[in-house]
Design a binder for this molecule. Structure first.
Ligand SMILES: [Zn+2]
Length: 379
């Protein structure tokens, strides 16, 4: 029976996406599964997880034979190279190639052109004749078509599985500051971490990140920082508890112990905000996503610059809705999963807006008590 291909699966981070390819390999029922990861650090992470499960697995290396490996991990760049194509052809001739999986496929929506270009090439050069599975935890319905277009896949022939990607254990909240000193105070107040917890603080610019690092004394990461790989490695190993970073810390951060994510200033896109806050609470424990906003935010014109695209305007408007007087989760759920909700449900950790709304029940009661006490005094 012909297998459905391609498949696009949108699953939450805690749903065990990796099990999709680890499980069949554990049973030993299949041929070779190739998993394309966007980053080298993700490759090593996936490899050690597969090894822990006792799966015969390897990272592709043109110089080492891979004959026994059932799971073969590779980066996109290697996948597109001649050595890998020779390897794939060998597997196809011997009918051993079973699946090709593109993990974190949403990177095609990344604004860094090199990612887009390479993924576009993937669509051009691979005539797979095998099952292709695209996996992601963040794909707003709005961007689904552009992702498939970018990979040269026909939306009508792609089987799409979409699960709810909301994160019930994250408390979304917003705090407003007047001066820089408020920022330092709020951050220090929020970072009440136990020894094993970690936190990420995102800033809009490199200068902000450096200044914050200087004042608060935490490590800092940005794209052209010297030794940035070392800093990231130490954070991923748990040696750094709090890391201040720009949005250049994009992929490969999968630490279950991240308990707090703080954003200083309005994120450029809700898409980035959803992804970055999605790094909190991967162990399903209660976690916090806090957005710190200046009392006087930049105007629409300043934020968008001189030539905004339709996407820029959409993203700006939806961020404005997120920070307005409304349920944060309702905006995120509608944006990420196309759900229509008005407030946080019972089974999730309530956002700041819903918590406040909930607490308002006693306001009329307090008013009544005050009236009664005043009437007592009148006697
Ligand atoms: Zn809410």
């Amino acid at each position: 029976m012909a297998r459905v291909s391609p498949i696009l699966a949108i699953l939450p981070t805690s749903a065990g996406k990796s099990l999709l390819f680890q499980f069949p390999a554990t049973l030993g029922l299949i041929g070779v599964t190739i998993v394309i990861e966007p980053l080298l650090s993700l490759l090593q992470d996936q490899l050690s997880r597969a090894k822990t499960l006792g799966i015969s697995s390897a990272i592709f290396n043109a110089r080492s034979p891979l004959d026994s490996a059932r799971l073969v991990f590779t980066t996109l760049e290697t996948f597109l190279g001649l050595d890998f194509r020779n390897y794939i052809n060998r597997l196809r001739i011997t009918q051993q190639l079973d699946w090709v999986i593109i993990d974190e496929c949403h990177i095609i929506l990344n604004r860094k052109e090199s990612f887009r270009k390479n993924l576009g090439r993937l669509g051009e050069v691979v005539d797979l004749k095998t099952q292709l599975v695209l996996l992601t935890a963040t794909l707003p319905p709005r961007y689904q078509a552009s992702l498939l277009r970018g990979l040269f896949l026909d939306p009508n022939r792609t089987k799409i599985y979409r699960a709810n990607t909301a994160r019930p254990n994250i408390r979304y909240s917003i705090q407003v500051f007047r001066a820089k000193t408020d920022v330092f105070r709020i951050i220090q107040g929020e970072l009440d971490l136990s020894e094993s917890d970690q936190a990420l603080i995102y800033t809009r610019t490199r200068d902000q990140a450096r200044e914050l690092s200087k004042v608060l004394g935490y490590s800092v990461y940005y794209s052209n920082r010297p030794n940035k790989e070392k800093i990231l490695r130490e954070f991923l190993e748990g040696k750094i508890q709090v890391l201040i970073t720009t949005s250049s810390l994009s992929y490969g951060v999968d630490r279950p112990s991240i308990r707090i994510i703080i954003h200083l200033g309005l994120p450029y896109r809700l898409y980035d905000y959803a992804q970055e806050t999605g790094r909190a609470g991967r162990d399903n424990k209660r976690s916090n996503a806090i957005l710190l906003l200046p009392l006087d935010p930049p105007t629409k014109a300043t934020s968008l610059g001189p030539h905004p695209t339709q996407e820029d305007i959409f993203e700006y408007d939806i961020i404005q809705r997120y920070i307005s007087n409304t349920c944060r989760r309702a905006i995120l759920d509608s944006y990420l999963d196309g759900l229509e909700e008005k407030s946080c449900k019972e089974e999730v950790i309530k956002c700041d807006f819903c918590s406040l709304e909930e607490s308002k029940w006693y306001i009329p009661y307090i008013r009544l008590l005050l009236t009664i006490s005043r009437s007592f005094r009148a006697f």
